[in-house]
Design a binder for this molecule. Structure first.
Ligand SMILES: CC(C)(COP(=O)(O)OP(=O)(O)OC[C@H]1O[C@@H](n2cnc3c(N)ncnc32)[C@H](O)[C@@H]1OP(=O)(O)O)[C@@H](O)C(=O)NCCC(=O)NCCS
Ligand SMILES: CC(=O)OP(=O)(O)O
Length: 336
């Protein structure tokens, strides 16, 4: 049975609880998912923008500020004034003035990211209501790119159903949520970051497939060249990694097809990191795997940020929120 991030986290829970901020603290799926994470011993949570009805619901389940489930209202929080000053410092070079900074930190998405930036929470999760663009833009602007990262990108952990087909396995898909049309250098950076995420969150050695509509020269096109250039750059930058391309999905996934289309490849037929050539392919590909293949899609998980901030699909359910809280903690523990 494939290990999910929750299984992983429960098997190596740290002695002290980690706090995660949820920016959509009045959404019923977020409240239920956060409460489940708290009750499973996974995390302390801050529900940003939780209403009185949420407070009553939490109280009815024995959860409160005193025992690790807090509600913050950005309009009345003691922290908001400090957050406004810090946000002004951060964004004044972009023309943000003090008044605009005060207004900005009352937006729950920004307030939650400030909780992370200033160390009140280890990471944040949003996107059950907000679009990916808004979640990602806020994370990049407030939390920022990690100094050693080339860029911020995203991935999904794809967890097979119990009745998966013969070759069903856990895989990492990237980029299915953020970088719209990467050039070959950016595609190589996405693959490199995804390999690190595979080690940190799947605890597997990455086998990276650079996906295309062509396998090993079966088609010639500028879009194929982009992928082969990305593979060459990846191999130069990260000789430690096992990567191959360009590969069609069947050649990357099914051992017999991999052997016939890309004979001798270590990766073909056995890939666990699937790098899509652009966001059209990635976003459509993950949703097909999820909706037709029955895989659970955990993401979009962001990589390359200074501290964890993660997105949800607006079609998420409470279990997705709990999973994403576990992912956020695993990322925080991997990069303390
Ligand atoms: C990520 C995204 C929001 C960037 O937003 P944007 O407003 O177009 O970006 P801009 O080019 O105006 O840049 C905004 C800031 O983010 C930075 N930035 C943008 N993309 C970045 C990346 N991948 N990595 C690091 N920084 C990035 C820019 O440098 C800029 O920083 P600044 O404000 O300090 O100057 C945009 O690429 C996007 O919308 N992606 C698709 C999201 C989506 O709809 N996904 C489908 C559903 S999951
Ligand atoms: C990741 C993604 O596609 O998000 P949404 O379904 O919210 O657009």
């Amino acid at each position: 049975m494939t290990q999910t991030p929750i299984d992983l986290l429960l098997s190596e829970l740290p002695a002290t609880r980690t706090t995660v901020a949820l920016s959509e603290g009045s959404d019923p799926r977020v409240v239920a998912g956060a409460l489940a994470a708290h009750q499973a011993g996974i995390a302390d949570v801050i529900l940003v923008g939780g209403t009185d009805a949420v407070r009553a619901e939490l109280a009815s389940q024995g959860a409160s500020d005193g025992n690790g489930v807090a509600i913050h209202d950005p309009a009345t929080s003691d922290l908001t004034q400090d957050f406004a000053a810090a946000f002004f410092d951060l964004r004044k070079h972009k023309g943000v003035d003090e008044e605009a900074a005060c207004k900005a930190v009352e937006i729950p998405l920004i307030y939650a990211a400030m909780l992370v930036r200033l160390g009140h929470a280890a990471g944040t999760v949003g996107g059950a209501v907000a679009t990916t663009s808004d979640v990602v833009r806020t994370a990049i602007q407030v939390i920022g790119k990690a100094p050693d990262a080339a860029m911020v990108s995203s991935f999904f952990l794809m967890i097979p159903p119990t009745n998966a087909t013969e070759h069903g396995r856990a895989m990492l898909y990237s980029d299915c949520g953020l970088v719209i049309d990467p050039n070959s250098d950016e595609l190589a950076a996405i693959a490199s970051a995804s390999a690190n995420s595979c080690k940190a969150l799947m605890r597997q050695e990455p086998k990276i497939a650079m996906l295309s509509f062509s396998t090993k020269g079966s088609a010639r096109h500028v879009k194929v060249t982009k992928v082969t250039d990305a593979l060459a750059k990846l191999r130069t930058d990260r000789p430690d990694l096992s990567a191959d391309g360009e590969l069609q999905f069947d050649a990357a996934f099914v051992p017999s097809v991999g052997q016939s289309k890309a004979p001798g490849s270590e990766v073909a037929g056995h890939a666990n990191v699937m790098i899509f050539p652009d966001l059209d392919a990635g976003n459509i590909g993950y949703k097909i795997t999820q909706r037709l293949g029955g895989y659970s899609a955990i993401g979009p998980i962001l990589q390359g940020l200074a501290k964890p901030a993660n997105d949800l699909s607006r079609g998420c359910v409470a279990d997705d929120v709990t999973q994403m809280i576990a992912v956020t903690i695993l990322q925080a523990l991997a990069n303390p």
